[in-house]
Ligand binder design. Sequence first.
Ligand SMILES: *[C@@H]1O[C@H](CO)[C@@H](O)[C@H](O)[C@H]1NC(C)=O
Ligand SMILES: *[C@@H]1O[C@H](CO)[C@@H](O)[C@H](O)[C@H]1NC(C)=O
Ligand SMILES: *[C@@H]1O[C@H](CO)[C@@H](O)[C@H](O)[C@H]1NC(C)=O
Ligand SMILES: *[C@@H]1O[C@H](CO)[C@@H](O)[C@H](O)[C@H]1NC(C)=O
Length: 541
Amino acid sequence: FELPIKDPAISANETGYEPYDLGIQDDIFIKDEFGNLRYGKVWPDYPNITVNDSVDWDTGVRLYRAYAVFPDYMKQETREWWINQITKFKDRVNFDGLWLDMNEPANFLHGSVDGCNDNQYDFPPYVPQISWGGPIYDKTICMNSVQHYDEGREETHYNMHSVYGWSQTIPTLTAVQNLTEERSLVVTRSTVPSSGMYSGHWLGDNGSNWPQLRYSIIGTLEFNLFGIPHVGADICGFFNDSPEDLCRRWHQVGAFYPYARNHNGIRYQPQDPAFYGREFAEHVRDILHIRYRMLPYLYTLFYYAHTQGSTVVRSLMHEFTHDSQTWGIDRQFMWGPALLISPVLEENTLVVRAYFPLARWYDYYEGLEMPEESLTVGGGIDLEAPLEYLPLHIRGGHIIPTQQPHNSTKFSRLNPFGLIVPLDGSMQASGDLFWDDGDSIGTVESGEYYLMRYIFSSHILTSSFVHVPASHPSTMLDNLNMDDITIYGLERAPSIVKFNGAQLGADNFEFNEETKVLSVASLEHPMTSVFTLAIELAETV
Ligand SMILES: *[C@@H]1O[C@H](CO)[C@@H](O)[C@H](O)[C@H]1NC(C)=O
Ligand SMILES: *[C@@H]1O[C@H](CO)[C@@H](O)[C@H](O)[C@H]1NC(C)=O
Ligand SMILES: *[C@@H]1O[C@H](CO)[C@@H](O)[C@H](O)[C@H]1NC(C)=O
Ligand SMILES: *[C@@H]1O[C@H](CO)[C@@H](O)[C@H](O)[C@H]1NC(C)=O
């Protein structure tokens, strides 16, 4: 998946630079109060100027940067110009989606090449807290710059600043969807409520240090509350070299960001998993395989975020509101109601303190139930967490649909499905699976999807279709099977396991007396039809 980065500001010092020339022709750039172009400086250098760039980081002035102008995406002409530019760009550079940066809008200068004059918008009576105590136009354009909305009505940048990134995001999505004819992806730096309808978000340029790893959980939880659930921090951090221990733990957390991406700043030590050696890379692959195994669950959570505005990643408090001990927890997080992630967030640490509210909890890897004395312990309990281990727990009552992982989501999607069925205190569990072709635009709106429900009750697991596409049985389920079902927390060994009424042979299932996990395998049941799995327990002696 190719996702090149784009910044909104346009160089104003090139000769024959089409984005600028056409933009001038269509009158799309933001102006000052006198109707002149509002110039700032963003990335490009002056053409043909070879002297060393002199940098004044205090003022942000980079003397040999070219002048830049800022498109006003609130104008219809600008949106058309932008879609046109993206279309031309695609002829030269292929891409699947676009990543929008510097769209706060950011400016290396304060206000403009001439600063800002004394006016009520740039020097308002009440100034919000600005980083380093600067003026309101710190590292952006002057607030009295002139923008538009509603069929040409003029409006100050003061009133438009917070929606600048949003106004760029929407036509960007239109363009990439039009060009790829797929759902595609836009990721944006600047967001505002409703941006989540159009884009994902990365948490920005975070430093490669432990506090930033910790804060990334808070950022991810917050953006889920803001309705922008496709979010994550740069895995291993952006600024500075990432120490191996940090990068390893960051991959463990980052595999569970809804938007999981390792991203490094230029000129720092490489931080791709292979840089740290084979053993490190294999560990990261194992962790990503857990993510891939649970992609059907993640995808289903996104379906509910889309249709009901729910969160994908959520805090323990969100699920256990009545337990006040969960209220302050920001070092553990959940995927939906079912999966609890308790990562190590400290240097040289092989143990993690984790809190477990009242529920049946199972270790993800072995299926062993957490003992009762581990639950609701004030401050949490200590879990072993060797370097290559991420504590993961599954909550009783919530079925997780899975798929055998492969080397990319494209190939994982072709693999057999499975179910993890963790039982609650009344020996029940339920869960859903959303499935569509993965690429088409608007499948929920067009009804071209499946929603399947799985219910375990009275020792019978039943599947049903809540929604089928008009074309059912659809090609989107071609060659896809339900293969393995793992039930956590059964009372005792089964004597008989029946699948669709037929008794399974001993080769098809296995019960672990120690963990109480029943594993049913090799079912090869086509996903296009429903099934039941019935368990008869052995007599007690
Ligand atoms: C860059 O463009 C601005 C605006 O047109 C102009 O004032 C300035 O002289 C130009 N600088 C160079 C080096 O061409
Ligand atoms: C793509 O662009 C064409 C031509 O401008 C337009 O007719 C069509 O509606 C666009 N499609 C989307 C998905 O925006
Ligand atoms: C992470 O980066 C974003 C964007 O640069 C920033 O807003 C946020 O404050 C950073 N997090 C921390 C903890 O500094
Ligand atoms: C991923 O797996 C597919 C299917 O087995 C294979 O065709 C492809 O070459 C693999 N890709 C990589 C990068 O290994």
